[in-house]
Design a protein around this ligand. Structure first.
Ligand SMILES: [Zn+2]
Length: 268
């Protein structure tokens, strides 16, 4: 058997955009209108600057980011690796609390400000309930991360985006749970006025039957659920101890194993 994504999709595509500047309005709409989902990592401390600011305002979060995920990026975008533990707690925990208050949802995702992190930062973020955090180290590859607390993206949108998109569309069948993860800042398009590359990428990738368009958190939850599956000694029966329905492709076709269910999966 092989694990596949929800609704029997073979691949997943996600985006991660930082800093919450006003150009997110156009970018979030571009993704939404194409049926794609993204995660926007916001600094809660800069959202309150009001009219005329380059940052999105607190009153428009629901509208701007509708259908997407809002996640943390630190209250004031401070460098995580130079902060004392106490200051890092404030930077992360207060960001979570503020964004949760504004969205009415659980906020459990993070991207490291400046891409900076170390083991102490990871350890502390996990203790504060953060489930994943993105780095800025593009891999050029399509594998889910070994560690969601050091989630290396596939690429920045300025790094061979269209070429990597073509490679992803042609990813061979032996890849299990292939994932393309693109990151950047919307101001990189907004300030220059050049939206060409991201618009071309969205046109290339939209409406694909075999792609699951999901937020960072949805992908993290799904892969963590896959990793938590338990099997009989012969590997042919699967028990799903999680709260997430898990999809597999097996000899008998596409199967789902519901939360709490034990099911004969069979061979490939
Ligand atoms: Zn940033």
């Amino acid at each position: 058997m092989r694990f596949i994504y929800p609704q029997g999709k073979r691949k997943a595509l996600t985006f991660s955009y930082d800093d919450g500047q006003i150009y997110d309005r156009r970018l979030a709409a571009l993704f939404r209108e194409a049926g794609m989902k993204a995660t926007f990592h916001l600094n809660s401390g800069t959202l309150e600057q009001g009219e005329g600011s380059v940052y999105v305002g607190t009153g428009e979060l629901d509208q701007v980011y509708q259908g997407h995920e809002i996640a943390c990026h630190g209250v004031f975008h401070r460098n995580p690796t130079i902060l004392s533990a106490q200051q890092l707690v404030l930077e992360l925990q207060e960001d979570r609390k503020a964004l949760e208050k504004l969205t009415g949802k659980l906020v459990q995702g993070l991207s490291y400000a400046f891409g900076n992190y170390d083991q102490e930062v990871i350890c502390l973020a996990k203790k504060l309930g953060i489930k994943y955090s993105r780095t800025v180290q593009g891999t050029g590859g399509f594998f889910p991360p070994a560690d969601f607390m050091a989630w290396h993206p596939t690429c920045h949108h300025g790094d061979r985006l269209l070429e990597l998109g073509d490679q992803f569309l042609k990813a061979p069948d032996f890849y299990e749970l292939p994932l393309m993860y693109v990151w950047g800042h919307s101001y990189e398009f907004g300030v220059s006025g050049d939206w060409g590359v991201i618009e071309a990428f969205v046109r290339k990738m939209e409406g694909k039957e075999d792609i699951w368009y999901a937020t960072n958190m949805e992908i993290c939850r799904y892969i963590e659920a896959v990793r938590a599956q338990e099997f009989s000694g012969d590997g042919l029966t699967m028990y799903n101890p999680t709260a997430v329905e898990v999809w597999v492709s097996a000899k008998g076709g596409i199967l789902t194993v519901r939360p709490g269910e034990t099911k004969y999966i069979g061979e490939r």
